[in-house]
Design a binder for this molecule. Structure first.
Ligand code: ADE
Length: 239
């Protein structure tokens, strides 16, 4: 998969994408992250990308022309059509379901706004989708782009060393993840639940599912109404 990122801070985005699972996915050539700086597509001495907002008020707006030229270069850089996403608090909320859909696309482009945002006409004509990573305001789209790259990158086949870990993630089945423990069994902070040491795989799976259900009920009851348990999980609870 290829992800093109349009940003005034390309170094920051590249550094975020260079570490951990996503960095490894790039090394394994499962993911290609390219950055594009709109300042490189300006024609004035100051490399101007923003202007004041018509109608007055504080803050600057990113202008159409440098972004349109940048997106044209992005589209020309590879044969696959790019699904263009603008990151902003006005977008629809990013969910694991949407992440999975994006991860199956051959190519997406992420447009990062700065200042008060981007000229609405560019959004109307060049952007396919507007996404928010949560109900709070960041000073730019770069951190949100890093979130999308991470969430989408780790789902590329072969990116995670253990493919099961993506299946067992929080939200993978609509539930929060269960608790996890590592050695030692006994510690001043507590003891590992006995069932996890039993070697009884069905009992462990049942315990984990019950923990997930309990946690989701306590912490995110809103998720429970939308969660549909698969056959295996239902069978575990029936036993
Ligand atoms: N840019 C600024 N705030 C944002 C948010 N909450 N989500 C996505 N992009 C943003």
């Amino acid at each position: 998969m290829r992800i093109d990122v349009v940003s005034l801070f390309p170094d920051f985005v590249r550094q975020c994408a260079a570490v951990g699972v996503v960095g490894r996915a790039q090394q394994r050539q499962l993911l290609q992250v390219e950055t594009w700086n709109p300042r490189d597509y300006t024609h004035d001495r100051h490399r101007t990308v923003d202007a004041s907002s018509y109608g007055g008020g504080p803050g600057m707006v990113m202008m159409i022309e440098p972004l349109r030229a940048t997106l044209a270069a992005v589209r020309n850089a590879a044969p696959e059509p790019a699904h263009v996403i603008y990151l902003s608090p006005q977008g629809s909320r990013l969910t694991q379901g949407r992440v999975e859909a994006l991860a199956s696309m051959p190519r997406i482009a992420l447009l990062c706004g700065r200042y008060e945002g981007v000229d609405e006409r560019l959004l109307a004509h060049e952007v396919d989708e507007e996404l928010s990573i949560g109900d709070y305001v960041l000073s730019g789209g770069e951190l949100a782009a890093a979130v999308v790259i991470d969430a989408v990158g780790r789902l590329q086949e072969g990116a995670l060393n253990d493919a099961l870990s993506a299946e067992q993630d929080s939200f993978a089945n609509g539930l929060l993840d269960c608790p996890h423990y590592a050695k030692p069994v006994q510690d001043a902070l507590g003891t590992v639940p006995e069932v996890l040491l039993s070697g009884d795989h069905a009992a462990i799976a049942r315990w984990r599912l019950k923990q997930s259900l309990g946690r989701t009920w306590l912490r995110r009851p809103d998720l429970l109404s939308r969660c549909v348990l698969d056959e295996t999980s239902r069978a575990l609870l029936d036993e």
